[in-house]
Write a new protein. Structure first.
Length: 298
C-alpha cells in the first residue's frame, strides 16, 4: 500500500520559488539584451544564468516533494523522494515513535515550510534521515532501526502504523528471505568525482578562468577601436578585424572548456590522473585565451 504525505504546501512554495527565479531571469535577459556590451551586461547575464540554475535545482526538489511517497508491503518500507529510494525491511524496524514524543531536531538539508529532506540528530533516537512534508512535529513518525532511523509524515499516520505492525506480525517468520536495508541513488549522484576535492577544485578554477575572460572582454569592449589586430601570437603580422570579433575569444574558450570538462568527467571513474591532466589542460587553455584577449585589446 502506498501512503503519501500532505504535499500541497511544500509543492506550492517550491513552485513559487521556481516561478520567481524564472521571472527574474527572463526580465534581466529581456532588459539586458538591448544594452551595449559592457560590464553591466555581463553582470546582468551572469545573474540571469545563476537564477536559471537555481530554478532548475528548486524545480527538481519541488517535483521530488510532489512525488514523495511511502510504499508499505510484506517486504518492507520503501521511501521515494525524486530519484532516491530508501528500502527498510520489516525485520529491521525496531519501533515507530510518534513525533510528539521526540524533541524536534535541527534538520541539515532541504528545509522549507512543508518540505524537509536531510539529516538530523534526535535525542533518544540518534541519526535520522528526514523525508517528510510536515508542518508540525506532531505529524512525524520516526521509523527506528539499529543502524539509522527515518522521519516520515504519512497523511494517515494511525493507519500507517497499524498496517506496519500487522505486516510485522504476519511476516516475522519469513524475515530471513527479505533483502537488507539499502539506499538507491541515481548514477550521477554516486559518481566518484563528487567526492574528489582536487578534481572539483581544478574544474572550478577552469570555470572561473572562463568567467574572467568574459568579464574582461565585456569590461573593455566599450572603449575599443572599431578595428583590432586579432593576430595571435603577435609576431609582427597584422590581421585587422571588426572589434565585435573579439567576442569569439571567450566564446571559443567556453567551447573548449565544455569539451575539457566533459572529457575529464568521463575518464575520472577509470583514470583519475588522466582526469586531472585534462582539467589542468583546461586551466592552461583558459589562461592562454585570457592572454590572447589582453593582447588583442591593447
Amino acid at each position: 500500500m502506498i501512503y503519501r504525505p500532505a504535499r500541497l504546501t511544500g509543492t506550492a512554495i517550491g513552485a513559487a520559488i521556481v516561478a520567481l527565479a524564472l521571472l527574474l531571469a527572463a526580465l534581466l535577459m529581456a532588459f539586458a539584451s538591448s544594452w551595449d556590451i559592457s560590464t553591466a551586461k555581463f553582470l546582468a547575464f551572469g545573474v540571469a544564468f545563476l537564477l536559471l540554475a537555481l530554478a532548475a535545482i528548486f524545480a527538481y526538489w519541488t517535483c521530488s516533494c510532489f512525488t514523495m511517497s511511502y510504499a508499505l508491503d510484506e517486504k518492507g518500507l520503501s521511501i521515494r523522494w525524486g530519484l532516491v529510494r530508501q528500502f527498510i525491511p520489516l525485520s529491521r524496524i525496531e519501533r515507530c515513535v510518534p513525533g510528539r514524543e521526540v524533541r524536534f531536531p535541527e534538520i541539515r538539508g532541504i528545509n522549507w515550510w512543508g518540505h524537509h529532506v536531510g539529516r538530523a540528530s534526535a535525542a533518544g533516537i540518534g541519526e535520522v534521515l528526514f523525508y517528510s512534508s510536515h508542518q508540525s512535529p506532531w505529524e512525524l513518525i520516526y521509523v527506528v532501526t539499529s543502524s539509522c532511523s527515518y522521519a516520515i509524515s504519512p497523511e494517515n499516520s494511525v493507519r500507517f502504523t497499524t498496517e506496519l505492525q500487522r505486516l510485522q506480525r504476519s511476516q516475522a517468520a519469513a524475515a530471513e528471505d527479505v533483502p537488507g536495508q539499502k539506499a538507491e541513488h541515481p548514477l550521477v549522484a554516486t559518481y566518484p568525482f563528487w567526492l574528489d576535492r582536487y578534481g572539483q577544485a581544478l574544474a572550478l578554477v577552469a570555470v572561473l578562468a572562463n568567467v574572467a575572460i568574459f568579464g574582461f572582454v565585456f569590461a573593455v569592449y566599450p572603449g575599443l577601436a572599431d578595428h583590432l589586430n586579432l593576430a595571435f601570437p603577435p609576431l609582427g603580422q597584422t590581421d585587422l578585424r571588426p572589434k565585435r570579433e573579439v567576442l569569439q575569444i571567450p566564446a571559443t574558450a567556453f567551447a573548449l572548456l565544455a569539451v575539457s570538462l566533459a572529457a575529464g568527467l568521463a575518464v575520472h571513474r577509470w583514470e583519475r590522473a588522466a582526469s586531472y591532466l585534462l582539467l589542468a589542460g583546461a586551466i592552461f587553455l583558459q589562461g592562454l585565451f585570457l592572454i590572447a584577449a589582453a593582447i588583442a585589446v591593447t
